[in-house]
Design a protein. Structure first.
Lengths: 256, 378
């Protein structure tokens, strides 16, 4: 099917009247891992929020589709049910909603009717085991009182449980130690190895290349000032580590 | 045989007079408030009646109706009856003037009862009832009491619950009121914990056209721990008026007040939260947390926490919020495929969970969740 993939074409997005994305073209194919790198403020998170439909992010031109479905015409919950997932950099804390109840509601919404509560619980415990998540998470409220690292682990647990068609990881690596980074890599690997996730595509948004030692990308994009200025293979990430973003900025002639 | 009455005719008329003379301590918070507590009284047509059933599985406890207690356990009853309420509590005077229906719970020393004792008050439609529960827990006793109200349409309920404890006792008293939409329900709840004792009120006001609660704990013995957990949720055109007060009269005592409220439709709510720490009550530790959630334009909640602290070596925490549902929380949940309306319901119900946690049994907690769910779904 030719329209498969998370397809973004000439996407422009404004926040509070300021244009942040100035024409993004990017396609994440099913089963592939793309990395999106760029300095702070280049618009990486804006891309994530405009694709998931945050009300403050206004798409002013361009298109985005998921396996042929027009994402921009859908409400955020329908985008998720179409198969899109975002691992938040700063997930909301919601007291009073227990982690397993939330995960069950999310799983039922995205993949309705597939699991009984008992089977869901078995699945949840299995995914928690892969992620090395303490069983005490089950008794806690959603992100409430969680450390930064715990929040990231819970985002990864959600991704594992929902098994989306396309997942955007927005700086999931930031603030994580080496062990936690490994667990993120392991979660992505486990999802890709599963029946539900073997066709999943990933867009890994990151500032630093080190996460890419744990998840090898098929394609690396570099975003500067709201545009993709360079696209290459995995070795592009190593070049950035060596030379920094400024060299690319000059090379591409990007203007602020 | 004529039973000894709880109060003499002279005492009853004095109480009625006190009711008429005592100010409620609650002014109308604004023009939107349609209830005037100073003039509130049952309609003349109301017939005084009602009944009580008590479920008690503990052979060593005394759990009987109030008139039986006055006859058979007069000396015990006298230690707790009218011992915790205060003269300022206007509607306790009205309940006393009409006192007859009620329950007496006595927990002997060092008895620990896990299974709650359930006191259920009944009234038919259009009846006025004056239920009066008295709890006396001796030294080292531990018990949980659950009070339920099963009343008909247009009932008028003016009730009192009093708790008096010995040293190191531990009493939890939960009341969950889901009365018909046109009932009026007013309760005064007052407790005096002994030295190193713990008293916890858990109170839910979800039914009734008007629901008024005055919940208090007076600490006169060191080491006492006082807890108040309350939740209310006016919907439709309900009015809910809750006042809580914890009075630290001696030091080395702790208290914790948690109030969670929401309002929707044209529901009106008001919470007055008082913490007083007397000059001599050094090393008191008091916490007051009160959060209100407004779910529609026409709904209103007035929240007035007040801390009066006269001692200088104390810990006192106070936090209050009033607001709508958080947009970022809703967005986050919808990115997981959950529909917006369901996300809003889940967040609103979750908001009450810390208060629901104060209730002692899972079946009661589930009943509260179902009643709250019904309010956020309509």
């Amino acid at each position: 099917m030719s329209d498969r993939g998370l397809r973004i074409a000439d996407l422009h997005c404004s926040v509070e009247g300021n244009e942040i994305l100035r024409g993004i073209d990017l396609t994440v194919e099913a089963g592939k891992v793309h990395a999106l790198m760029g300095p702070n403020g280049s618009g990486k998170s804006t891309l994530a929020f405009s694709l998931t439909g945050h009300p403050s992010y206004h798409v002013t031109a361009g298109s985005a589709s998921l396996d042929g479905e027009d994402l921009l015409a859908l409400t955020p919950d329908r985008r998720a049910r179409a198969g899109l997932f975002l691992s938040f950099q700063y997930p909301a804390a919601i007291p009073g909603i227990k982690v397993p109840n939330f995960l069950f509601a999310a799983r039922q919404a995205v993949r309705p009717g597939e699991l009984t509560p008992a089977k869901f619980r078995a699945l949840l415990l299995e995914k928690m085991n892969v992620l090395g998540i303490d069983p005490s998470f089950l008794g806690r409220y959603l992100n409430d009182g969680f450390s930064g690292g715990e929040k990231k682990r819970l985002e990864m647990l959600q991704m594992a449980v929902i098994a989306p068609k396309y997942a955007i990881l927005d700086e999931t690596d930031s603030g994580l130690d080496v062990d936690a980074l490994k667990d993120v890599g392991e979660t992505v690997r486990a999802l890709r190895a599963s029946d539900e996730g073997k066709e999943a595509g990933f867009l890994i948004i990151t500032h630093y290349p080190r996460i890419l030692q744990h998840i090898t990308p098929d394609v690396v994009h570099v975003m500067i000032d709201g545009r993709i200025v360079k696209t290459g293979a995995a070795d592009l990430a190593q070049r950035i580590e060596r030379d920094g973003y400024d060299a690319l900025r000059e090379e591409s002639g990007a203007i602020a | 045989m004529q039973l000894p009455d709880l109060l003499s005719p002279q005492e009853r008329s004095a109480e009625l007079h006190a009711f008429e003379q005592t100010r409620s301590g609650r002014e109308k918070p604004g023009r939107y408030w349609r209830i005037d507590l100073e003039t509130l009284a049952p309609s003349a047509a109301a017939t005084v009646a009602g009944g009580v059933t008590i479920e008690n599985s503990h052979a060593r406890a005394i759990a009987c109706d109030l008139r039986t207690a006055a006859k058979q356990h007069a000396h015990l009853l006298a230690r707790a009856f009218r011992a915790a309420i205060e003269p300022r509590q206007k509607f306790a005077h009205l309940a006393l003037a009409n006192c007859g229906l009620g329950a007496f719970i006595y927990i002997p020393a060092d008895c620990a009862f896990d299974q709650p004792i359930v006191v259920r008050y009944h009234a038919e439609a259009n009846q006025a009832i004056y239920p009066y529960t008295v709890v006396l827990a001796e030294r080292g006793a531990r018990a949980t009491i659950v009070e339920r109200l099963d009343v008909g349409s247009n009932a008028f309920v003016t009730g009192v619950a009093e708790i008096v404890t010995g040293d190191s006792a531990d009493v939890t008293y939960a009341s969950a009121q889901i009365a018909p939409d046109d009932a009026r329900v007013l309760f005064t709840r007052a407790a005096r914990p002994g030295r190193d004792a713990r008293v916890a009120w858990a109170s839910a006001d979800l039914g009734g056209a008007l629901s008024v609660s005055d919940i208090s704990i007076v600490i006169e013995e060191p080491g006492a721990d006082a807890q108040i957990g309350a939740l209310f949720f006016p919907s439709g055109s309900q009015h809910v008026d809750i006042m809580s007060s914890i009075d630290h009269r001696v030091g080395d005592s702790t208290s914790d007040t948690l109030v969670k409220s929401a309002a929707t439709d044209r529901g009106q709510g008001r919470y007055l939260g008082n913490i007083r720490i007397a000059a001599l009550a050094q090393r008191s530790d008091a916490s007051l947390r009160d959060d209100a959630l407004l779910l529609s334009e026409g709904a209103h909640i007035d929240s007035v926490p007040a801390l009066e602290i006269a001692a200088n070596d104390v810990k006192a925490y106070h936090g209050a919020t009033v607001g709508a549902l958080d947009d970022e929380s809703i967005f986050y949940m919808t990115t997981r495929g959950i529909e917006r309306a369901q996300a809003e319901r889940m967040i609103a119900l979750g908001f009450f969970e810390p208060a629901i946690d104060r209730f002692p049994t899972e079946s009661l907690r589930e009943e509260l969740r179902a009643a709250l769910q019904a309010k956020v779904t309509t």
